[in-house]
Design a protein around this ligand. Structure first.
Ligand code: PMP
Length: 396
C-alpha cells in the first residue's frame, strides 16, 4: 500500500474538513418521490430532478420489469461489440422523434455524453466559447477535447459576440463552437438561444445545447430548442435521461452525419457497456408519455408557479427563474446552511447551494417542485418556510 497516497488523502481530507467543505452525502431510505425518508424522517422532497415524477411511475416500473424478463439485467457488452440491443435502436429513433432531428445517439449518462460528444468533435486546433455558468460535465468535455476554452460572461450576448469575432478572425482555430446549458439549474433561467443562433450564423460557429434541465420541462416538454423553434438551427442537442425522463443515460440529437461520426469516434460509446435493457425500455415509454401528453408538464409548471407565488408572498428573494426551479436566495453561506438544516428538522428536504457552486454571497436553498407533489405538500412546505424564515430573520 502506498504511503504517498495515504499522506495525500489525509492532508487533503483534513484540509476540506477544516474549511467546512467536506460534504456528507445523505442516504435516501426508499424511493426518490415527492416524499422521501432520510435518517428515519419522512420529508417533503424539494431536491430531486425528478421533474415529472417519472422516476417512481408505476407503469414505467412494470415496463422495466417486463424488459428484464425478456432481455435480462445487462446489455452484456459495449455498443460496438454486441451490446447494441434492438431496444437501443428503438430508443435512438424515439429520441430523434422527440427532438425533431434526423438521428440521435444514446450514452450511459448525461455526464459521459458531454465528455464523449464534445471531445469527438473538437480538438486542439479548435476553440470553444463556453458560458461561464455551464455544467461541470461541459467543462470537463471541453478540457478533454484539448480545444482552447474561451469562457463568456453568463448569457451576455455582447461578450459572446466580441469573443466569437476575436476567435474566428484570429485565424488561430480550425472550428469554433459555442456551448451552453439550455436551462441553468442554479437560477432556473433559460439560455438566449435565438441570439446565440444569430451570432453562430454570423461567425459559422458549431452550436451545442445541453438541455439536461429543459427536456421534459420547457417547450411543452420537448425542451428549450423546441421552445424557441430552433430545431433546424442547433447542431448538437444534448440531454439527459435521468431528470425529467426519470431513468438514467444521456443523448445527442442532430444530423445523421454527426451521429454517424459519434458512433465511430466517441469513446464512451466504443469502450463502455451499454445502458441496461430495463432502463432503456422504461426510457422509451417515458419519452412516449412526454410526446403524447402535456399533462405532467402542465402539473409541473402549475406546482412551480404555486410554490414561487407562496414563497414570494412571504417575502423571500426567489430570483428571476423562468422555469419551475425555485431558488430561495439567502446570501450568507452559513445562514443558508443553517436554513436548510432547520427546514430538514421541520420536515422539508431542500438543499443549500453555496460557493463555489454559486458566487460568494449568493448562497441559496434550491427548490425543485415536481409534477408528483400535491398542493397539500407544497402548502406544508410553504408553511415551514414561513416559520423558519421568521425564526432566522430571513423574512419579517
Ligand atoms: N448537464 C447538466 C446541465 C446537468 O445538470 C447534469 C446533471 N447534474 C448533467 C449534464 C449530467 O447528467 P447525468 O446526471 O445524467 O449524468
Amino acid at each position: 500500500m502506498s504511503k504517498k497516497l495515504d499522506a495525500f488523502l489525509e492532508t487533503n481530507l483534513n484540509e476540506l474538513k477544516e474549511q467546512g467543505l467536506y460534504n456528507e452525502v445523505d442516504t435516501v431510505e426508499g424511493p426518490n418521490g415527492p416524499m422521501i425518508k432520510v435518517r428515519g424522517k419522512e420529508l417533503i422532497n424539494l431536491s430531486s430532478n425528478n421533474y415529472l415524477g417519472l422516476a417512481t411511475n408505476e407503469d414505467l416500473k412494470q415496463v422495466a420489469k417486463d424488459a428484464i424478463d425478456a432481455y435480462g439485467v445487462g446489455a452484456g457488452a459495449v455498443r460496438s461489440i454486441n451490446g447494441t440491443l434492438d431496444l437501443h435502436i428503438k430508443l435512438e429513433e424515439k429520441l430523434a422523434e422527440f427532438k425533431g432531428t434526423e438521428a440521435a445517439i444514446s450514452y450511459q449518462s448525461g455526464f459521459n455524453c458531454n465528455m464523449a460528444a464534445i471531445s469527438a468533435v473538437m480538438d486542439k486546433n479548435d476553440a470553444i466559447l463556453s458560458d461561464q455558468l455551464n455544467h461541470a460535465s461541459i467543462i470537463d468535455g471541453c478540457r478533454l477535447s484539448k480545444a482552447k476554452i474561451i469562457a463568456f460572461k453568463h448569457s451576455d450576448m455582447e461578450d459572446l459576440r466580441a469573443k466569437a469575432k476575436e476567435a474566428t478572425e484570429s485565424g488561430l482555430y480550425n472550428k469554433v463552437m459555442v456551448i451552453t446549458d439550455g436551462v441553468f439549474s442554479m437560477d432556473g433561467d433559460i439560455a438566449k438561444l435565438p441570439e446565440i443562433v444569430e451570432i453562430a450564423k454570423e461567425f459559422d460557429l458549431i452550436t451545442y445545447v445541453d438541455d439536461a434541465h429543459g427536456s421534459g420541462v420547457t417547450g411543452k416538454g420537448k425542451g428549450t430548442v423546441k421552445h424557441f423553434g430552433l430545431e433546424k438551427e442547433i447542431d448538437m442537442q444534448m440531454g439527459t435521461l435521468s431528470k425529467a425522463v426519470g431513468v438514467v443515460g444521456g443523448y445527442v440529437a442532430g444530423k445523421q452525419n454527426l451521429i454517424d461520426w459519434l458512433r465511430v469516434r466517441s469513446r464512451p460509446f466504443l469502450f463502455s457497456t451499454a445502458v441496461t435493457p430495463g432502463d432503456v425500455a422504461a426510457i422509451i415509454s417515458a419519452l412516449q408519455m412526454i410526446i403524447d401528453s402535456t399533462e405532467l408538464h402542465d402539473k409541473l409548471w402549475d406546482n412551480g408557479d404555486y410554490l414561487k407565488k407562496g414563497l414570494k408572498e412571504l417575502g423571500f428573494n426567489i430570483g428571476d427563474s423562468e422555469t419551475p426551479i425555485t431558488p430561495c436566495i439567502i446570501g450568507d453561506e452559513k445562514l443558508t446552511q443553517q436554513f436548510s438544516k432547520r427546514l430538514f428538522e421541520e420536515g422539508v428536504y431542500a438543499k443549500s447551494i453555496v460557493f463555489p457552486t454559486v458566487a460568494k454571497g449568493t448562497g441559496r436553498v434550491r427548490n425543485m417542485p415536481t409534477a408528483a407533489h400535491s398542493k397539500e405538500m407544497l402548502d406544508n412546505a410553504i408553511e415551514v418556510y414561513a416559520r423558519v424564515g421568521k425564526e432566522l430573520g430571513v423574512i419579517n
